[in-house]
Design a protein around this ligand. Structure first.
Ligand SMILES: [Zn+2]
Length: 134
């Protein structure tokens, strides 16, 4: 068991979970905070989603940038859209081997751009909401 999340983060995680359906019974969300995420000082957050097992692991860097609320929204969107990523993996596996790397790279770039855009739009709206009581 790690340290509890900072209050602002706990509240925003709760808002995002309620908005994105990540508070469903049986869904497990594991959140940890680290000095460096994946050994890279420039990464503010990283999400590993195992949608088929109804869980996701989110890592946040302890030192967050000024748009820290957007970082939380962004990572929890990755968790919420985990099934989409799994579907793409299945589709890409059907391609000839030499086409897979470009297909995945294209998907990841487009997915990042879409999540960034949606997180930027949703964050100010979510911030105004009361976090749900737990
Ligand atoms: Zn991302």
């Amino acid at each position: 068991m790690g340290r509890p999340l900072p209050k602002w983060m706990r509240a925003h995680v709760a808002r995002c979970c309620a908005a994105f359906g990540l508070d469903a019974p049986g869904y497990r969300l594991y959140i940890t905070r680290q000095k460096r995420v994946n050994g890279d000082k420039d990464i503010a957050g990283y999400t590993y989603s195992a949608a088929r097992y109804h869980r996701a692991h989110v890592r946040f860097r302890k030192q967050q940038p000024t748009d820290r609320y957007e970082v939380v929204t962004h990572e929890l969107l990755h968790a919420a859209l985990g099934r989409q990523g799994e579907a793409v993996d299945i589709i890409v596996a059907q391609l000839p081997k030499h086409q897979r790397a470009l297909a995945l790279e294209t998907w990841h770039a487009a997915n990042e751009a879409a999540i960034t855009q949606v997180a930027r739009a949703l964050t100010p709206i979510l911030q105004k909401e009361e976090p749900p009581r737990d």
